[in-house]
Design a protein around this ligand. Structure first.
Ligand code: SF4
Ligand code: SF4
Length: 188
């Protein structure tokens, strides 16, 4: 676990941005540690989620946005359900990941590649096409054979399919994506 340097410049704009974008108030956190105690990813994070909250309170923009934790978070929402202050902690972490994404800070590049593969699949087919996600992710991450040995086993069980099954309203799903992309462009 790394030592947190709170003597760095406090970025008050970052505190306000996280607050505005998430609709949550990180200053309400009193560092009880309940979120970290329940988070299944604590052993893998460089900063446990309660420390991420403290870093946000302290306006430590660079440390938060460059952390591995905001990318490794699985959005399981255990932290949110355990918080006695009713803070949606998972949404705050997600907000930080979005800010990092927009600023092209991808501490965990393969996770970003997985997100992009997942979203591209839903946009194209209106639902998840697992095989397509796997192929796209494997090719883009530079590990073309990752989990290839599992393919025949899961296909035999009917868990994933060779060809996509598009939904009827996939054009509408695509329009949602386009609308969101426009909103993001217009409002930053
Ligand atoms: S949502 Fe993320 S930070 Fe919260 S408990 Fe789950 S993995 Fe940990
Ligand atoms: S559970 Fe809530 S109050 Fe406690 S440390 Fe986590 S965010 Fe802060």
């Amino acid at each position: 676990m790394e030592t947190i340097n709170l003597t760095s410049t406090i970025d008050r704009g970052f505190i306000e941005r996280v607050k505005r974008q998430s609709g949550e108030d990180p200053s309400a956190c009193y560092q009880c540690g309940n979120c970290t105690a329940g988070c299944p990813y604590t052993p893998f994070f460089d900063y446990p989620v309660s420390q991420i909250m403290r870093l946000i309170q302290a306006g430590q923009r660079e440390t938060v946005l460059n952390s591995r934790s905001i990318w490794l978070c699985a959005t399981c929402e255990t932290c949110t359900t355990r918080c006695p202050c009713r803070i949606d902690v998972a949404h705050i972490v997600d907000t930080c990941r979005n800010i990092a994404f927009k600023e092209e800070r991808h501490t965990e590049k393969e996770i970003k590649t997985f997100y992009e593969s997942f979203l591209a699949s839903v946009k194209k087919h209106g639902r998840l096409y697992e095989m397509g996600v796997l192929m796209r992710y494997n090719l883009r991450s530079g590990h073309p054979l990752t989990d290839a040995d599992l393919g025949p086993k899961v296909m035999a069980k009917g868990l994933i399919h060779l060809f996509p099954k598009n939904i009827k309203g996939r054009g509408e799903v695509e329009r949602i994506y386009e609308k969101f992309a426009k909103m993001r462009k217009d409002h930053g």
